[in-house]
Design a protein around this ligand. Structure first.
Ligand code: SF4
Length: 308
C-alpha cells in the first residue's frame, strides 16, 4: 500500500488546506522568500545545502550585493567568491555555484534554464535543488523533499522510516496543483518550527488531528535522533577541519601571493613535523582537484595559493 493511500481525496484536500492556512499566518520571514529571481533562488538554495537558515541570511545578502547577477558572479575571481562565501562552510558549494554561473552565461545567455534535465547537469544541483528551483523560480508543480519535509511526511503518514521513493511519491501526491512554491515552503517551515526532530510541538501543529504520529511521537523520534548523533564524527581535528583552515588561509592571501608547505603546516598545525608533509600534500592535491587551491611547482618545491 502506498503511503498516501491512508488519505482519501477529501482528507488530502483537508491536509493541504490546514497546512497552507497555517503557512499564511506563521511562515518565517527569510531574505529569499517571495523572491522568484532564478539567480537569487539558486544562490540561496546552494547556501542552504547543509547550512542553517540563521547563518545563511546575512551571508546571502552580502553575496547578492557583491554579485547581483549570474554575469557578475561568472566574471568574479574565484578568490573573491570564496571570501564572500566565508561562514557557510562547505566551500565546494561556492565552487559549484561559480561554475554554474559560468555555464549559464556561456551556454544559456545568462538565464537559468527551466528544464529539469539541463538543471540536473549543472554542478552541485541534486534532485532537491533542481525541484526547489523549478517550483520557487519557475512555478512548476514539482514537489521538494528535504530533511524537514521528509520528517513531516514520514511522521504524518505513520511511517517515519519510509524510504526516499515512498516519500517522493507521497510528496507528489499531496502537492496542490498551482501552489507548489507555497506548499513546499510551508512543509519546510512546518518541519523547521513545529515538527522538530526532537520534541515536536504536536499540540500546536495544524495537522495534529490527522497525523498518524501525533500521539506517539516520543517513541517515533527519540531512537533515530540518537542514532544520527552517534554516527557523527568529531569535526575538530578532522580532515574537513584542516581543509577548512587551509581554504581560509589561502582565501585571505593578497592576490597572487603563494605560501610554502612549511609555512602552511606551521599555521594550521603548530606541532607539525616533517612526517606530516605527505599528509599535507595529499590534502592539497584534494583541494586543488576540487578547485579550492592552486599548486605552483615552477620553482621546485610546491607552493600554494588561492584558486584561480
Ligand atoms: S502532529 Fe506532531 S508528529 Fe505530526 S506532523 Fe505535527 S508536529 Fe509532526
Amino acid at each position: 500500500m502506498a503511503l498516501g493511500d491512508r488519505w482519501s481525496r477529501e482528507a488530502t484536500e483537508d491536509i493541504q488546506r490546514r497546512i497552507l492556512d497555517w503557512y499564511s499566518v506563521s511562515r518565517r520571514q527569510l531574505p529569499w522568500r517571495d523572491d522568484t529571481d532564478p539567480y537569487h533562488i539558486l544562490v540561496s538554495e546552494m547556501m542552504l545545502q547543509q547550512t542553517g537558515v540563521g547563518r545563511v541570511g546575512p551571508i546571502y545578502r552580502r553575496f547578492i550585493d557583491l554579485f547581483p547577477t549570474f554575469a557578475a558572479l561568472a566574471e568574479a575571481p574565484r578568490q573573491d567568491v570564496l571570501r564572500a562565501w566565508a561562514g557557510t562552510g562547505y566551500n565546494r558549494r561556492a565552487i559549484h555555484l561559480h561554475e554554474c554561473a559560468r555555464i549559464v552565461c556561456r551556454d544559456h545567455d545568462g538565464r537559468l534554464p527551466n528544464d529539469p534535465a539541463i538543471l540536473a547537469r549543472l554542478p552541485g544541483l541534486g534532485p532537491y535543488t533542481v525541484a526547489a528551483v523549478l517550483s520557487f523560480a519557475f512555478h512548476q508543480d514539482v514537489a521538494t523533499v528535504d530533511t524537514n519535509i521528509r520528517r513531516v511526511l514520514g511522521r504524518s503518514s505513520g511511517k517515519p522510516d519510509a524510504d526516499e521513493r515512498e516519500l517522493r511519491e507521497l510528496a507528489t501526491r499531496l502537492l496542490p496543483r498551482g501552489r507548489a512554491s507555497d506548499w513546499n515552503q510551508a512543509l519546510m517551515d512546518l518541519g523547521a518550527t513545529i515538527c522538530l526532530a526532537s520534541n515536536p510541538r504536536c499540540s500546536i501543529c495544524p495537522v495534529r488531528e490527522i497525523c498518524a504520529s501525533a500521539l506517539d511521537v516520543d517513541a517515533l523520534t527519540r531512537a533515530p535522533a540518537r542514532r544520527v548523533a552517534e554516527r557523527q564524527e568529531p569535526y575538530l581535528g578532522s580532515r574537513r577541519f584542516y581543509r577548512g583552515r587551509i581554504v581560509a588561509i589561502l582565501r585571505d592571501l593578497p592576490s597572487g601571493k603563494l605560501v610554502s608547505a612549511g609555512d602552511l603546516l606551521t599555521r594550521i598545525k603548530p606541532d607539525a613535523t616533517a612526517a606530516d608533509q605527505p599528509w599535507l600534500d595529499e590534502i592539497m592535491r584534494g583541494l586543488a582537484a576540487d578547485g579550492l587551491a592552486s599548486i605552483d611547482t615552477s620553482q621546485g618545491d610546491a607552493r600554494f595559493g588561492a584558486p584561480t
